[in-house]
Ligand binder design. Structure first.
Ligand SMILES: CC(C)(COP(=O)(O)OP(=O)(O)OC[C@H]1O[C@@H](n2cnc3c(N)ncnc32)[C@H](O)[C@@H]1OP(=O)(O)O)[C@@H](O)C(=O)NCCC(=O)NCCSC(=O)C1=CCCCC1=O
Length: 380
């Protein structure tokens, strides 16, 4: 009987149709700010598999916490399409450079300096953003979000569009919407209720308070969490988070909550003195890739398609309305909120005086340029 290798050698066609959308390298599309790396796939024993790869799609904008510019969104759409049709790709690993941020969402500098006050332009941008989320949800390969650092705003949204998330435990998660002049309707309001329940989704989507990776794991928004801080050469759990007990003296769940007061400050100091090492994160990601490799490919794709349906149905139901509203929102609150963040500093703060705005609107004050200028942090 012929071996599988012999059958492959004798029956595989000489030419294959390339189903890619473009024949250009993704990296060339935005000066390397979105990297596409085919890394050799490995079996569970760590041995390299010949001819099969995992496609790493990497945001490379570290000075702006791996936020995505318009050009980066375009490149990401094409990167996911490229991975989806690449016969050699087993899984996609979606991540960012460094150990501070996976992604903090839309680029607030571009939002403030180009899109603010231009709803027609932001509507075009939001076609691209929507297509980026849809490209993740429609990828024919399993998508793993390797949470190398904070996952905030639109970064949380594209992260939740992935099939799996594995986080290093110094990463924080959360939305920014109503604090920066937006609403988390780029996927979070579709995915959060499904993933963590309506009440916790409401808390995250409206109050925009960050939560820890341990809490994200407890809530069910990520599949796994690993330590990243080394103290004296030994991995330790995030020292700013409660990780050594489940309940407080009143029986309330505290595991994963941030410490407070002196304990929190002491934890921050430990992080400052320690070394951040993502080795365990990468081992956990490779382990998951190896497990995915050990399956029938079409059955894997079908399982992904079915298990994605709750997210996809919510997303498809709302994404066009969301796009239209977000475009119009660029006339007032987004214009104000993103300018405040972009023009603010640590000294002046990066948010407006929300009470002052509410007091003015309670009197029917119209939105004018003058009102917006008066709300800028420097004007306080
Ligand atoms: C909470 C933060 C993520 C982290 O805060 P902190 O650790 O205090 O760092 P900062 O001093 O705030 O920031 C350090 C520098 O990074 C720049 N930065 C941070 N985030 C962004 C960003 N998203 N775009 C561009 N630049 C960013 C920041 O300006 C600092 O640089 P500088 O040169 O000024 O020192 C906090 O950083 C934060 O809240 N960031 C903004 C989060 C945000 O608002 N994201 C956009 C949300 S909206 C969105 O993503 C959307 C997606 C699609 C649907 C529509 C939509 O609105």
């Amino acid at each position: 009987m012929a071996t599988t290798d012999a059958i492959i050698a004798s029956t595989a066609p000489g030419n294959l149709i390339d189903h890619n959308l473009i024949d250009r390298e993704v990296e060339g599309l935005c000066d390397g700010m979105v990297r596409y790396e085919k890394r050799p796939a490995r079996r569970r024993d760590g041995s390299v598999v010949e001819g099969l790869y995992n496609a790493w799609i990497i945001f490379n904008n570290p000075t702006q916490y791996n936020s995505y510019t318009t050009d980066m969104v375009k490149a990401t759409i094409l990167a996911f399409r490229r991975a989806s049709v690449d016969r050699e790709v087993n899984a996609v690993v979606f991540t960012g450079v460094g150990d501070k941020a996976f992604c903090t969402g839309g680029n607030t500098k571009e939002y403030a300096e180009y899109y603010a006050g231009n709803p027609q332009e932001y509507r075009q941008y939001m076609r691209l953003f929507n297509d980026m989320v849809s490209a993740i949800l429609g990828c024919d390969r399993p998508v793993i979000c390797r949470v190398n650092g904070m996952r905030i705003g639109g970064g949380q949204e594209i992260g939740m569009a992935c099939d799996f998330s594995i986080a290093q435990d110094l990463a924080n998660f959360g939305q920014a919407g109503p604090k920066h002049g937006s609403a988390a309707i780029g996927g979070a309001t579709d995915f959060l209720p499904l993933m963590i329940g309506c009440e916790q989704a409401m808390v995250s989507g409206t109050l925009c308070e960050p939560f820890s990776a341990h809490k994200a794991a407890r809530l069910g928004i990520i599949a796994d969490v690993v330590p990243a801080l080394k103290a004296g050469g030994k991995f330790v759990a995030n020292p700013t988070v409660v990780t050594d007990r489940m309940l407080d003296e009143y029986g309330r769940v505290v595991h994963g909550e941030f410490k407070s007061g002196a304990a929190f400050k002491e934890g921050q100091a430990q992080i400052k003195e320690g070394e951040i090492d993502l080795t365990l994160l990468d081992l956990k990601v490779e382990e998951l890739c190896a497990k995915l490799l050990d399956t029938f490919p079409e059955c894997m794709t079908k399982s992904l398609e079915e298990l994605r349906k709750p997210k996809l149905q919510a997303w498809n139901l709302n994404k066009e309305n969301s796009r239209a509203w977000l475009a119009l929102n660029m006339m007032n609150e987004a214009r104000t909120g993103f300018r405040a963040f972009n023009e603010g500093t640590r000294e002046t703060g990066r948010e407006i005086d929300f009470v002052k705005l509410r007091q003015g609107l309670a009197k029917g004050t119209p939105w004018t340029e003058e009102l917006i200028e008066s709300l800028m942090p420097a004007a306080k």
